[in-house]
Design a protein around this ligand. Structure first.
Ligand code: HEC
Length: 102
């Protein structure tokens, strides 16, 4: 009996590990955004795009004036306001990381 249970457990975990990842379009919690690889180049486009400039002027000049730690919260909050996807948020974060004050 124990052997059967162990075997079933192994099979189940293999099946779970191999099943395709669930929907990408869900809301973007910070942890999920960090698990996705962001592109700084794509992020540079986003920060200058209408997604961000519909409320205020292009804020890309703000990024190099502050360290990443100083602006992380603001940027994540803005990503929510702009309703960025997880991928877009990861791109924006990659851009900020690459260009923040060192
Ligand atoms: C729904 C409106 C809205 C959207 C969309 C939005 N912002 Fe903002 N953002 C604001 C407001 C309001 C402020 C505070 C006033 C200001 O600085 O203009 C602000 C402030 C900021 C600041 C701080 C600037 C400072 O001088 O202190 C940054 C940086 C910023 N936004 C970046 C972004 C980025 C990047 C995006 C796109 C992902 C974005 N925002 C999208 C409304 C928005």
């Amino acid at each position: 009996m124990r052997k059967i249970v162990v075997t079933l457990t192994v099979i189940t975990s293999v099946l779970i590990a191999c099943s395709p990842k669930s929907s990408k379009s869900s809301a973007a919690p910070q942890a999920a955004a960090e698990a996705i690889k962001g592109s700084a180049k794509a992020g540079a486009t986003i920060i200058k795009s209408e997604k961000c400039t519909k409320c205020h002027k292009d804020k890309s000049g703000y990024v190099p004036k502050h360290t990443f730690e100083e602006q992380e919260k603001v940027i994540l909050g803005m990503a929510k306001r702009a309703k960025l996807s997880e991928q877009e948020t990861a791109d924006l974060i990659a851009f900020v990381k690459a260009n923040a004050k060192k």
